[in-house]
Write a protein that binds this ligand. Structure first.
Ligand code: NAD
Length: 255
């Protein structure tokens, strides 16, 4: 599979989500402007991202929604779908397991595991929580391709080791500590607190630049600088929120 820039991969995932909504609404063809606007990016960036996939749309006509979805799914390795096991069926794990949206996007939750006898055997949205002691054999039996770790930090490394031992090659960890895996395994880390810290930083930075503009306006460059900065700020906010993926790649879902 062709190597793609990390930020492009994240935006492709976002185009895929938008295309899914459009397909559900019965849209057959979409223009690059419409798709870009729905995904919150500029159309030049969208066209550049899609150019990594080879020729796609028809000039003056647009993109075939079904075909473009299939191309992106294939580029993201999603065309076979993924079978997800989740370890740590506590507050977070159960909330994730109950979320119905993963299935629609190609991720089927196939197994939940915990070590707490009180939780083992309970039902979470149709899946029975299994004893983590069975993890390796169950992962093989279930054909798991992604493991989600929602245990306390201190158990995360051991759980990852066991997932790797069971042949799982993609791990998404919610632990705040980093985990080590062999080179053939991909790890993503999600930390919502880091996301909020990044937002806080951006908000503080934007407030600072607004303040700078106000001062400039006071000195006679009012209209031009007000507009310039307002547009830049809006553009900045938009590109960062779409590129939230790039933030994710950089700091939230750390490799
Ligand atoms: N990254 C984030 O944004 C984010 C957000 C919320 C929570 N978290 C983290 O997610 C983790 C879970 O949080 P929670 O509120 O669901 O906790 P919780 O205590 O409700 O759930 C943890 C579950 O893991 C199980 N567990 C512990 N050790 C295990 C092991 N070795 N094997 C299998 N299961 C094991 C426990 O029995 C429990 O059911 C914590 O580490 C928390 O810090 C991260």
């Amino acid at each position: 599979m062709r190597d793609l820039p990390q930020a492009t991969v994240t935006r492709l995932a976002s185009y895929l989500r938008v295309l899914g909504v459009m397909a559900d609404d019965g849209t057959l063809i979409v223009s690059s402007e419409e798709l870009a606007s729905a995904a919150g990016v500029g159309s030049a960036m969208l066209r550049k991202d899609l150019s990594f996939l080879g020729p796609n749309g028809v000039r003056g006509v647009g993109y075939d929604v079904t075909r473009l979805r299939a191309r992106i799914e294939s580029a993201l390795g999603l065309d076979q779908g993924h079978r997800v096991v989740l370890v740590g069926a506590g507050n977070l794990g159960q909330a994730l397991a109950r979320y119905g949206g993963f299935g629609r996007r190609g991720f089927t939750m196939v197994g939940l595991f915990d070590r707490d006898p009180e939780r083992i055997g309970t039902d979470v949205d149709g899946l029975t929580v299994r004893d983590v002691a069975e993890l390796e054999s169950a992962c093989r039996e279930l054909g798991a391709t992604i493991g989600v770790v929602a245990t306390p930090d201190e158990a995360a490394q051991q759980v990852c080791d066991r997932l790797v031992g069971a042949g799982v090659r993609c791990i998404l960890s919610f632990a705040s500590s980093s985990v080590e895996v062999p080179p053939h395994v991909e790890v993503g880390r999600v930390d919502l607190a880091v996301e909020m810290q990044v937002l806080s930083f951006r908000s503080a930075r934007n407030a600072e630049s607004d303040h700078g503009t106000a001062v400039a306006s006071d000195h006679g460059t009012a209209v031009a600088s007000d507009h310039g900065t307002a547009v830049a700020a809006v553009g900045g906010a938009r590109s960062t929120s779409t590129g939230l993926g790039s933030t994710k790649n950089g700091s939230v879902i750390a490799p």
